[in-house]
Design a protein around this ligand. Structure first.
Ligand code: NAD
Length: 497
C-alpha cells in the first residue's frame, strides 16, 4: 500500500500527522493508499516555507517565471498518460475522460504562460502639470487552494497556474479522497525548476482547512467544492480578513425547444449527464423538455443509454466508471425511491448495474427520471451522480422561469435552431455560463469560469483574466519631479485641472 506525504520546499514532507486517511480504488473497493492528515504544526511549517518563497518568487523576473511555466506545460503534456492513470485509480473516471481533464488543465497553464501580458500595468502621463500616474499588479503573497475530488488535477491547475504566474506561493489542500495526482503535480513543478516553497501540498480534511482559513500568514483562499462548504469558507475566510473566492455546487438545466434536432439533443444529454458518472459540476442534471419533445427525446436518450458500458475506468471499453465512494453511490441511488414516492417516474433504473457487479466497486448505471418538479428531492438536490431528470414544460418562458428560480446558477444550455430564442435565453437567464447547442459550456482558459447565485461566493470568477485579478492587488503610483524653486505651501485639495 502506498503512503503519501505532504510537499514542502520542493520535497516530500512527512510531518507529524494527527490521523491517517484511506484512499480507495472505486473500481474495486480496495484501499490502495494512506494519506497523512496534517497537524497544526505541519500546516504552520508549510505556510512559513511558502511565505519565505513568496518573497523571492514575487521579485523573480517575468521572463524567468514564464520560462518555468513553459517547462511545466511541456512536462504536463508529456506526462499526461501517466497522470491520467493516477486519476483513474483514485477517482474512477475512464482514462479518456481523465486525459480530457488534463487537457483542460493544460489550457490554464498555457494561458498563464502569457503572464507578462496579464501583469502589465497602465501609465498616463501629464494627468496634471508634470504629474504622471502608473499602476502595477502585485502578488498577494501566500494563496491557499482547497479543491474537490471530482477534478483532482484540473481544478488545482485552475488556481495554481495563475496564482504562481502572478508571483504568489501556493498551498494546495487537495481532496483527501484522491490526493495522489496533486503529489505528481508537485514533482512536475519541481522538475520545471520552480523555486522551492512556491508550490506546496498539504493533506487533511475540514480541520486542516479551518486552520488555514484563519492563518495570519495566508492572504487569499480559492475554494471549489459543494455549496454548504463554499458558503461557510467564504464567511469564515472573509471574517478573518482574507480575500476569498468560493465556487459551489450546481443543478444545470438543458432546455430543449421543439425545433431542436433530437438526435443532437440525445447525444448531448447522454454525454453531459453520464460522463464522469455525473460527477461534474457542469454535468447536465435536468433536461427541460418544452412542448411535445419529451416522449421522442426520452426514447432517443434511452436507446443511447442501453449502449453504454459501465465498468472500471482503466478498461478502455468502459464508457462510465464507478462513483467515488460506496456511501455516495448509495446516496445517489436512494433518489430513485424518493422519486417514485414523490410522484416522479423512474424510466431507467441504474441500480441493476450494481446488483450485477461482482468486483466490489462503487458502480451505479445511468438512471433516467421523468415528470420531475420543483419540490421533489431529485429536482431540488445536487445529486452528483449518473441521474438525469426530465422536467416537462409548455413554453420557453416557463423553462426560463424554472431556471431563474433555481438557487444554483453554474451552467445551463439551450438546444434549438432558432437564433432569436437562443439569444433571448442567453440574455435573460440568471446563470454564469451558458451553452447554445453546447451542453457543458466550460469557458476556454482565456475567459473565466464562474457560476451565479449559490454556485459562487465572492466577487471573482476563477482562472482566465479574473484569476489574475484575484491573485494580485493593484497599486497606483502618482509621481512628479518638480523644480524645488517653484514649490510653495497650498492647503487646497490637489486639483488635476
Ligand atoms: P466538498 O465540499 O465535500 O469538499 C471540497 C473540499 O473541501 C475538499 O478538499 C474537502 O476536504 C474540504 N471540506 C469538506 N468539508 C469541509 C468542511 N466542512 N470545512 C472545510 N473544508 C471542507 O466537495 P466534494 O464532494 O469534494 O466535490 C464535489 C462538489 O464540488 C460538488 O458539489 C460539485 O458541484 C462541486 N464542484 C464545483 C465546481 C465549480 O466549479 N463550481 C467544480 C467542481 C466541483
Amino acid at each position: 500500500m502506498a503512503l503519501l506525504t505532504h510537499w514542502k520546499d520542493s520535497a516530500p514532507y512527512a510531518g507529524t500527522p494527527i490521523a491517517m486517511g484511506e484512499v480507495t480504488d472505486p473500481a474495486t473497493g480496495e484501499v490502495t493508499t494512506t494519506v497523512p492528515f496534517a497537524s497544526t504544526e505541519d500546516l504552520d511549517a508549510i505556510v512559513a516555507s511558502a511565505r519565505l518563497a513568496a518573497a523571492s518568487w514575487s521579485t523573480t523576473s517575468l521572463s524567468k517565471r514564464t520560462e518555468v511555466l513553459f517547462r511545466f506545460r511541456h512536462l504536463l503534456a508529456t506526462n499526461a498518460d501517466r497522470l491520467a492513470t493516477i486519476i483513474t485509480a483514485e477517482h474512477g473516471k475512464v482514462h479518456a475522460d481523465a486525459l480530457g481533464e488534463i487537457a483542460r488543465g493544460l489550457e490554464n497553464v498555457e494561458f498563464a504562460c502569457g503572464l507578462a501580458n496579464q501583469l502589465k500595468g497602465e501609465f498616463s502621463s501629464e494627468v496634471s502639470g508634470g504629474v504622471d500616474v502608473h499602476s502595477v499588479h502585485e502578488a498577494l503573497g501566500v494563496v491557499v487552494g482547497i479543491t474537490p475530488f471530482n477534478f483532482p488535477l484540473m481544478v488545482p491547475l485552475w488556481m495554481a497556474a495563475n496564482a504562481i504566474a502572478a508571483g504568489n506561493a501556493f498551498v494546495l489542500k487537495p481532496s483527501e479522497k484522491d490526493p495522489s495526482s496533486s503529489m505528481a503535480l508537485a514533482e512536475l513543478w519541481a522538475e520545471a525548476g520552480l523555486t522551492a516553497g512556491v508550490f506546496n501540498v498539504v493533506h487533511g480534511d475540514a480541520a486542516a482547512v479551518g486552520h488555514l482559513l484563519t492563518h495570519p500568514e495566508v492572504d487569499a483562499i480559492s475554494f471549489v467544492g459543494s455549496t454548504p462548504v463554499a458558503r461557510s469558507i467564504y464567511q469564515r475566510g472573509t471574517e478573518a480578513g482574507k480575500r476569498v473566492q468560493a465556487l459551489g455546487g450546481a443543478k444545470n438545466h438543458m432546455v430543449v425547444l421543439p425545433d431542436a434536432d433530437l438526435d443532437l439533443v440525445a447525444d448531448a444529454a447522454v454525454s453531459a449527464g453520464f460522463g464522469s458518472a455525473g460527477e461534474r459540476c457542469m454535468a447536465v442534471s435536468i433536461v427541460v423538455a418544452v412542448g411535445e419533445v419529451a416522449d421522442p427525446m426520452i426514447a432517443k436518450i434511452s436507446s443511447r443509454v442501453a449502449e453504454l458500458k459501465v465498468g472500471p475506468g482503466a478498461d478502455p471499453s468502459s464508457d462510465m466508471g464507478p462513483l467515488i465512494t460506496a456511501a455516495h453511490r448509495d446516496k445517489v441511488a436512494s433518489y430513485l425511491d424518493t422519486t417514485t414516492a414523490q410522484g416522479g417516474v423512474v424510466v431507467i433504473d441504474g441500480r441493476d448495474v450494481f446488483k450485477a457487479n461482482a468486483t466490489g466497486g462503487f458502480f451505479l448505471g445511468p438512471c433516467l427520471l421523468d415528470q420531475l418538479q420543483p419540490g421533489m428531492a431529485a429536482y431540488d438536490d445536487e445529486i452528483f451522480g449518473p441521474v438525469l431528470g426530465v422536467v416537462r414544460v409548455s413554453t420557453f418562458d416557463e423553462a426560463l422561469a424554472l431556471i431563474n428560480a433555481n438557487p444554483y446558477g453554474n451552467g445551463t444550455a439551450i438546444f434549438t435552431r432558432d437564433g432569436g430564442a437562443a439569444r433571448a435565453f442567453a440574455t435573460k437567464v440568471s446563470v454564469g455560463m451558458v451553452g447554445i447547442n453546447v451542453p457543458i459550456p466550460v469557458p476556454h482558459a482565456s475567459f473565466s469560469f464562474g457560476g451565479w447565485k449559490d454556485s459562487l461566493f465572492g466577487g471573482h470568477h476563477i482562472y482566465g483574466p479574473e484569476g489574475f485579478a484575484f491573485y494580485t492587488r493593484s497599486k497606483v503610483v502618482t509621481s512628479r519631479w518638480p523644480d524645488p524653486a517653484t514649490s510653495s505651501v497650498d492647503l487646497g485639495f490637489p486639483q488635476t485641472r
